[in-house]
Design a protein around this ligand. Structure first.
Ligand SMILES: [Zn+2]
Length: 286
C-alpha cells in the first residue's frame, strides 16, 4: 500500500476529520469490551490493566490535541496516535481484519477497530490528559480562538532555526506536519529556510493567518490522502487536489508559474516557489 515510501503522518486536519466522524458515531456509547491484540500499541501499560480500566466506561467526549485523538471515558482519557499507518474503523465486532491492534466493542455491537500495518501507532490511558507526557508539552492549538500572531511569536522567541523546522516542532504550534507547514509558508510568501528571528510582525501575522487557512481548508476537504489516510468511514480525504506546493516539484506555481522547487530541510522534503517565497538576503546560498 505504500507507494515508493511516500506515506506521511496524519496532521491536524486528518485527525480532526476522524475526530468529527467518531464524535457523531461513538459519543454516549459504552465500552462493553476492550481487547488489546498487540501489546506494543499500549506499551506504557500492561495490556490486561489497560483493558480492565476501560471496560464498561461511557464515552463522554471525542476530542483532539494536535495530532492526538483523545477519547474521554468518564474519569479517564484514552489518547491515540495513528502515526504513519494507523486507522480507526467502526464496523461489526466480528469483522476483524489483518493488522488489527485494538478492539473497542461498543454497546451497540459495533466496534472501533484500530488497524495498523506498520505498528507505529500508540495508545495511552491517563487521568490527567493535559499534563500527560505525550501532550503536555504541545504548543497552542492553531484553530482555538486565542491563537494569534503573538502566541506564535512567543513560541519562536530566542530561536534561530529555519521557520519550516520550527513549524514541524510540535512545541511551536500543535498539529502541523510536513504538508501544512509547506502550504502555510507558501500562502504567507515566506521562504522555508528563513531564520525565525528574521520574521517581522507583519510576516508573523501573515503566517498565523495562513496556518489557520490551510488547516481549515484541509478539514473542509476531509484531510489529505497520499497513500494511507482514511476517514473512520474508510473514505480517502480530498485535500490533495487543493494543495498548492506540497509534492508539486517541477509543476508551475499556481501564483506566478515558476516551477516549484524541492529541498530537504530538517530531513524532510520541503516544497516552495523560489519566486513567491524569497530567501532573506542574510541567508547564504549554497
Ligand atoms: Zn510562485
Amino acid at each position: 500500500m505504500w507507494t515508493n515510501g511516500l506515506a506521511i503522518m496524519p496532521e491536524l486536519p486528518e485527525v480532526e476529520t476522524i475526530r468529527r466522524e467518531l464524535h457523531s458515531q461513538i459519543l454516549r456509547r459504552r465500552l462493553n469490551n476492550v481487547t488489546v491484540l498487540d501489546p506494543r500499541l499500549v506499551q506504557a501499560s500492561q495490556p490486561k490493566a489497560f483493558e480492565t480500566r476501560l471496560m464498561g466506561a461511557l464515552i463522554t467526549n471525542v476530542a483532539r490535541r494536535g495530532k492526538y485523538l483523545m477519547i474521554n471515558v468518564e474519569s479517564d482519557v484514552l489518547i491515540l496516535h495513528l502515526m504513519m499507518s494507523g486507522r480507526l474503523h467502526l464496523r461489526a465486532r466480528t469483522d476483524i481484519r489483518p493488522h488489527t491492534r485494538l478492539l473497542l466493542t461498543l454497546d451497540d455491537d459495533q466496534a472501533l477497530h484500530f488497524v495498523d500495518v506498520r505498528r507505529f501507532g500508540r495508545a495511552w490511558i491517563t487521568e490527567e490528559a493535559h499534563s500527560h507526557e505525550v501532550v503536555g508539552h504541545l504548543g497552542p492549538e492553531p484553530l482555538d480562538a486565542g491563537f494569534d500572531w503573538r502566541s506564535l511569536a512567543i513560541r519562536l522567541r530566542g530561536r534561530h532555526v529555519a521557520i519550516k523546522t520550527a513549524l514541524l516542532d510540535q512545541r511551536t504550534v500543535a498539529g502541523i506536519g510536513n504538508i501544512y507547514a509547506d502550504e502555510a509558508l507558501f500562502a504567507a510568501r515566506i521562504h522555508p529556510e528563513t531564520p525565525v528571528n528574521l520574521l517581522s510582525p507583519p510576516k508573523l501575522r501573515a503566517l498565523t493567518a495562513s496556518i489557520v487557512t490551510v488547516l481549515e481548508s484541509g478539514i473542509a476537504h476531509q484531510g489529505t490522502t497520499f497513500s494511507t489516510f482514511e476517514t473512520s468511514e474508510g473514505s480517502p480525504g480530498n485535500n490533495q487536489g487543493h494543495l498548492k506546493v506540497f509534492r508539486k516539484t517541477g509543476q508551475p506555481c499556481p501564483s506566478c508559474g515558476k516551477n516549484i522547487r524541492r529541498i530537504v530541510l530538517a530531513q524532510r522534503s520541503t516544497h516552495y516557489c523560489s519566486n513567491c517565497q524569497r530567501k532573506p538576503r542574510t541567508v547564504s546560498t549554497k
